[in-house]
Design a protein around this ligand. Sequence first.
Ligand code: ACO
Length: 157
Amino acid sequence: MKVSTRLVFLPVTTDSAVIVHNLYLNCPTYIALIGGDMPTLNDIQRELETLRHDTRRQAVLLMQEGRAVGFLDYKVAYPDLHSATISLLLIEERLQGQGLGKAAVEQLEAQLRSRMNRLYAVVYGNNEQAKCFWERVGFEHLRDSGPTLSWYMKSLQ
Ligand code: ACO
């Protein structure tokens, strides 16, 4: 079922580690798909600490009616000054397919449009579902870098 929704982007802090970890725990199919181990809480804490030191990197919890339904990690002014790049959009598994991912991308585009010309999405692994998603929300496949990295791009102009 599709929902019409407005998400609140809540910046992640190191205090958000438990919430981010729970989102990963609630996405077992994605973790299996990319062939990794489920991150531990400690892994997430370290990642959020790394993120704090990179001023271009933005990570937000996607909040719907006061609860976290997803996570978005992107970097502004990357790979060039007028572009931003999404490295991960994660929607809680049981809520996928309801329009939340699309709403998150549309809201991010609206936020970035005045200062960025392009939005990239980098898909890791053999993630055909994600590739279909990026195309459905208007991104074009640019290139594959090696067998496990696919670049998608949408103009914001
Ligand atoms: N196969 C085909 N099309 C799909 C799929 C799929 N698996 N998932 C979504 N779409 C299409 C939908 O049909 C919809 O099209 P429509 O608007 O024409 O009806 C459109 O994409 C938007 O769908 P949403 O319901 O907004 O997608 P969702 O909320 O499930 O978010 C996402 C998509 C982010 C891929 C989510 O399923 C998810 O978190 N998956 C696991 C993690 C993941 O793979 N994230 C992406 C990694 S790559 C990166 O982040 C740069």
